[in-house]
Design a protein around this ligand. Structure first.
Ligand code: GRF
Length: 187
């Protein structure tokens, strides 16, 4: 798992495994910065974790990631709110084994700058009647990899970016574990 924030999606996957919905193990958490909720969750559940330096990028970042991944040997890498760009060397080595969850119906409202509350603000400003979340494979371009599955959420009159974010996040917590189960079971 890779995360940069509170890690509520990370928690949803932990719960999904603990509740016996899938026979899987989380080999580790890569956190893009210190002091985030996801790290507290890793401690709580005894999941190995590795915290990147906030300014870590380029060749240094890909070396560290590849070293850690070679150690953990994951069958699947799951990005859940991870805000650093995955270096192309990592994508190459784990081609079609990296998935991401994005809080919009891609290809709409994806790409650089579309993260966090910005996504939901843009959806509301555009007057969309529906939004949702997307799980997709990660390739070299932000939010452009093949779409695996989406879940729609209606945008209602009176919705704010915050209320929409909450509704979408609730669906993310169901969509992501289910897609992980499908992928791991099919392999
Ligand atoms: C989610 O909305 C996810 O779609 C986005 O970042 C948020 C992460 O939330 N990429 P959390 O850290 O899992 O609570």
């Amino acid at each position: 798992m890779f995360a940069s924030g509170s890690g509520s999606n990370f928690q949803a996957i932990i719960d999904f495994i603990e509740n016996g919905h899938i026979d899987a193990q989380i080999s580790g958490l890569i956190a893009s910065r210190p002091n985030i909720g996801a790290i507290d969750r890793a401690y709580k559940y005894n999941i190995p974790h590795f915290v990147l330096a906030t300014d870590q990028s380029g060749a240094g970042l890909s070396d560290i990631l590849i070293k850690k991944l070679n150690e953990w040997k994951p069958d699947l890498i799951v990005l859940a709110g991870f805000l650093k760009k995955i270096p192309s060397e990592v994508i190459e080595e784990y081609r079609n084994k990296i998935i991401n969850i994005h809080p919009s119906l891609l290809p709409k409202f994806g790409g650089k700058g579309f993260y966090g509350i910005n996504v939901h603000k843009a959806v509301i400003e555009a007057g969309e009647q529906e939004s949702g979340c997307t799980v997709h494979y990660v390739n070299e371009q932000y939010d452009k990899g093949d779409i695996i599955k989406q879940k729609k959420v209606p945008v209602l009159e009176g919705d704010t970016p915050e209320s929409l974010a909450q509704k979408v996040l609730k669906e993310e917590h169901k969509l992501l574990p289910n897609v992980i189960a499908e992928i791991l079971n099919n392999n």
